[in-house]
Ligand binder design. Structure first.
Ligand code: SIN
Length: 522
């Protein structure tokens, strides 16, 4: 890529939120450049979403959905945002995913979309593509982007920092203007070259931050890159203490902690110990294994601590026959079998893992952040929909709705200002040193993950948070010093972002003394 690339709209990340924004803009005739650090653009949090997406059942209504979301969010959701999602979401699912992209959602015997009920939803309203809904959506979306002449899709490109005139302009007087984003510095992983991508509007769609935890359902790119970049650019971030932990991730080191969907318990699987004894009756006699996510996750955590065991198990084989398991959970079957666990016959070893970030970059109803011309959509953003805890199957819907809204708002406002003058932003200057030793980066990353897991995890206490804050701040100072003198690589960028993100989460957890939703203080 050239040293300077100019585009009307730069989109960083291409899960459902970034991908929807790109597609809607491209179809409206706006040229967009989409960059992703992944080699294959499909690689995103969306790709790994097993649960479905909310649509609308026969007995459903926007009011009912609003109620369910507010209830799950522990009375901390922003109702106007929830209402936007409840009203606009289902029609967009039909228009974009079903009609335009033809995503192969499961159909019922009558040939209509099969609409099911999930835990904490008061009626049937979720549609699935077996247990790989996100994958089906992402493949459809990326195929459409690849085919569109208005989309430039760049892979293997790591966004390093957002460009703002107040931080980067050669004109020192720009510091007196309101903060405005004009694009990003982007590292080409292959050539090591850092280019300036200048844009009238920039959309952050980088996903979540699960990789700052030792155990997570998120893919390796979820290092909090977007949150850290937005914070450095001066954007407001909120609700950073609300990390949703999923109770069941596959645990058979060194296999990755892939998600074992809640739908498995919905189908009758029980949480048990190695001897087959269930234990959820001790924690929630009414809902047992289908109690809210945070209750189940903490129950597992407690059983593991009290018994000194590395994991508990899910018993699906006693609930469903082989054929039903293969039909309903083909993706989970395959991924466990790869590591020698046949879920039709064996118990599945599981532990909780960091799953979804409910906080993020504060945005308004159009996805606009507090920095001019900078939008954030999907998991990196905080619209207020998820409050202190997220209702299952809302994340893909929120990404679709705000991806579409950001695109619409950009179309309306793109003509209001000019492209920043290219000479205003200086080229990237590589640091004088060599590339970092990967072993050093891996060790620092492991330290962050362990610290976050042990001290800022499922159960938080004042002494744990105090220790985490002290050690993370020290580590951040070290990493920042190292960053200034070391040649840039994707993993160095990720490490710097991960430690900043960990500090932001810990500070928020420290500042909130009350247990709320996913934030549990003892
Ligand atoms: C799951 O399938 O258990 C996860 C779904 C979600 O987080 O929405």
């Amino acid at each position: 890529m050239n040293d300077i690339h100019e585009t009307e709209v730069l989109i960083i990340g291409c899960g459902i939120a970034g991908g929807t924004a790109a597609l809607q803009l491209a179809e409206a005739g706006v040229p967009v450049t989409v960059v992703t650090r992944a080699r294959a653009p499909e690689e995103s949090n969306t790709y790994y979403a097993q649960g479905g997406i909310i649509y609308q059942g026969a007995a459903d209504s926007p009011d009912l959905l609003v109620q369910d979301v507010l209830h799950a969010g522990a009375s901390h959701s922003y109702e106007p945002a929830v209402r936007v999602m409840a009203e606009e979401g289902p029609p967009l699912v039909r228009q974009i995913l079903v009609e335009k992209l033809g995503i192969p959602f499961d159909l019922g015997a009558d040939g209509a979309l099969q609409v099911i009920k999930e835990a904490a939803h008061s009626t049937e309203r979720i549609i699935h593509a077996a247990d790989s809904t996100g994958k089906a959506i992402e493949i459809g979306l990326m195929n459409a982007l690849r085919a569109h002449p208005n989309v430039t899709l760049l892979t293997g490109q790591t966004a390093v920092d957002l460009l703002t005139l107040s931080h980067h302009s050669r004109d020192r007087l720009a510091v007196y203007q309101p903060r405005a984003c004009v694009g990003a510095y982007v590292l080409d992983q292959e050539s090591d070259h850092v280019s300036r991508i200048l844009a009238k509007k920039t959309i952050l769609a980088t996903g979540g931050l699960g990789q700052i935890y030792l155990r997570t359902t998120n893919p390796e790119g979820s290092r909090g890159d977007g949150l850290a970049m937005a914070h450095r650019a001066g954007a407001r971030t909120i609700n950073n203490e609300f990390i949703q932990f999923h109770p069941t991730t596959f645990h058979l080191p060194p296999a990755p902690h892939t998600l074992i969907s809640e739908a498995v318990r919905g189908a009758g699987a029980r949480l048990v110990h190695a001897d087959g004894q269930p234990f959820m009756q001790k924690y929630d006699p009414q809902w047992l294994d289908l109690a809210p996510r945070d209750v189940v996750a903490r129950a597992i955590h407690r059983e593991m601590l009290e018994r000194g065991i590395p994991n508990v198990y899910l018993d699906l084989r006693s609930a469903l026959g082989r054929e039903s398991i293969l039909t309903r959970f083909p993706g989970i079957y395959e991924s466990c079998l790869r590591y020698g666990i046949d879920i039709t016959q064996d118990l599945i070893p599981v532990v909780p893992g960091a799953h979804y970030f409910c906080g993020g970059v504060w945005v308004d109803e159009n996805g606009l952040s507090t920095v001019r011309h900078l939008y954030a959509v999907g998991e990196v953003s905080c619209t207020g929909v998820h409050g202190a805890n997220r209702l299952a199957s809302t994340s893909l819907l929120e990404g679709l709705v705000w991806g579409n809204r950001a695109a619409r708002h950009i179309q309306q406002t793109l003509g209001d200002h000019d492209m920043p003058p290219p000479d205003d932003i200086p080229p990237w200057l590589h640091a004088p040193g060599d590339k970092a030793d990967p072993a050093l980066i891996a060790q620092d990353m492991r330290t962050i993950q362990q610290m976050m897991w042990n001290y800022v995890g499922l159960v938080r206490t004042t002494p744990r948070l105090a220790r985490a804050l002290r050690e993370l701040r020290h580590l951040e100072t070290e990493i920042e010093g190292f960053y200034q003198v070391t040649r840039l690589t994707d993993s160095l960028v990720g490490l710097r972002n991960a430690v900043r993100t960990a500090v932001l989460v810990t500070l928020a957890a420290w500042g909130n003394k009350r247990s709320m939703g996913a934030h549990y203080r003892e």
